[in-house]
Design a binder for this molecule. Structure first.
Ligand code: ATP
Ligand code: MG
Length: 414
């Protein structure tokens, strides 16, 4: 988008929506996470608006809207290439299953604040008056750096068990402590997290484990017993290893790498079975599986060149290296770390060699040289390719001679 176009930040767009609503006599405020982030001086992901205007009013005032959850009071306003969520002040009631409210009622800002999860997430801000509107002592808790439920923790977690994981995620992300009564209530209710869908659990775990503060997040998951409730059988021993390995990963890592580190003390099959309910994408499953399946293989001091090239051709090779490095650091193994250092120098010395060259001979070539079709052909092709990666054969003639020798060795000279 060029200079002078309609590009505008989500924040500016939200403020314009608020201005328009206020001009029409409605109360309209920034609400929730964005207020928390503004007060902390962080950029917010998105700026949400709360108002006493009803969805029908909002749709009348703005030419382009999406009616996503009008029943629950939520309308998306499309403005300046931005999507601004505008929600009518509401209270939620009738949580029957600890997951979804069954009714909403349009109400006052104070009641809207009290349905929110944590005090630091329960504030409003009026950008026109430049005023924080705080019914829940959110500012005091921001200053104290604590995550505290609005109201009785036991009751609030009972309405929605996902809030337990949200508490851990915000604590991890902000480096705030979870207030003791809130923390104790998570410990008492941890087992009930299993009532929440795997996808929603996975999204929270992603927020916790992909964050640089992931070791602390994992330690909380373990201490509260949320980890065991999410992954049955995840005991003390792998838990200690998980925290140590996560603590040694570099700052920025993908969720699959962090998840592999979390399971680094567990057998592959156990880990993959536990991940199933999370409904990860196939790509993420393959990523985690590759990392866990090949753990420790990089430490083999006798690794052949062909094997190294096969590893280097893998998309997740450097994640495997990073996982192994963190595991060796966690184990304080000088031998392991020195082996990895050697591997790194070996890779550097390879320069930009093609690690996945085209095979010199194809299946037709092999049959022309006398190989019979069948499983033996696959094995021959594989072994020839290994020789090619090792640099033992480089030309067509060398490859043909190699094949003839191979067939002679296998079937005797003809
Ligand atoms: P993030 O920066 O991760 O988006 P956020 O605080 O904006 O954090 P959202 O999930 O986007 O979190 O939700 C926006 C707001 O809605 C929250 O700040 C909170 O006030 C409220 N909220 C969200 N989920 C819940 C929940 N499960 N229970 C109660 N209130 C919630
Ligand atoms: Mg948000």
């Amino acid at each position: 988008m060029g200079v002078g176009s309609t590009a505008m930040s989500n924040k500016r767009a939200a403020i314009e929506v608020i201005q328009r609503l206020q001009q029409h006599g409605f109360q309209a405020l920034l609400a929730g996470g964005c207020v928390r982030d503004m007060l902390l001086g962080h950029p917010a992901k998105d700026y949400d608006v709360a108002t006493n205007a009803q969805p029908a009013d909002v749709m009348r005032l703005f030419p382009r809207t999406l009616k996503v959850g009008a029943k629950f009071g939520v309308v998306i306003v499309l403005i300046h290439n931005q999507q601004v969520e505008v929600a009518t002040f509401r209270s939620e009631a009738g949580y029957e299953d600890g997951r979804h409210p069954t009714q909403v009622r349009f109400t006052t800002p104070a009641e809207d604040a009290s349905r929110r999860d944590f005090t630091i997430n329960g504030m409003f801000y009026d950008p026109m008056a430049e005023q924080v509107i705080d019914y829940v002592e959110g500012q005091a808790d921001l200053a104290k750096r604590v995550i505290r439920t609005i109201g009785e923790p036991e009751e609030r977690f009972g309405e929605d068990y996902l809030r337990m994981l949200r508490a851990v995620r915000f604590s991890t992300r902000l480096g705030f402590a979870i207030e003791p009564r809130t923390y104790a209530a998570i410990g008492r209710n941890a087992a009930k997290i299993s009532r929440i869908s795997g996808e929603r659990i996975a999204a929270e775990l992603d927020g916790i484990l992909a964050h640089p503060n992931r070791a602390r997040g994992a330690a909380m998951l373990i201490e509260t017993r949320l980890a065991r409730a999410i992954f049955p059988g995840f005991d003390d021993e792998p838990a200690v290893e998980a925290v140590a390995v996560l603590g040694h990963l570099r700052r920025t890592v993908s969720f699959p790498l962090a998840l592999a580190a979390f399971f680094s003390g567990c057998p592959l099959e156990f880990a993959m079975e536990r991940c199933e309910p999370l409904k990860l994408s196939n790509k993420h499953v393959r990523h985690v599986e590759f990392l866990l399946a090949h753990r420790t293989e990089l430490l083999d001091p006798a690794m052949p060149l062909a094997q190294l090239k096969r590893f280097l051709a893998e998309p997740y090779f450097w994640d495997l290296y990073e996982l192994e490095r963190a595991m060796q650091k966690a184990a304080a193994s000088r031998q392991g770390l020195s082996r990895l250092g050697k591997l790194r120098r070996w890779i550097r010395d390879l320069g930009d060699v093609d690690v996945k060259p085209k095979p010199i001979l194809n299946g037709h070539d092999l049959m022309r040289l006398g190989a019979a079709p069948g499983p033996g052909l696959g094995q021959l092709a594989e072994e020839l390719y290994t020789a090619q990666l090792e640099g033992e054969v480089a030309t067509c003639e060398q490859a043909e001679r190699w094949v003839v020798d191979w067939l002679a060795r296998r079937f005797g000279s003809q």
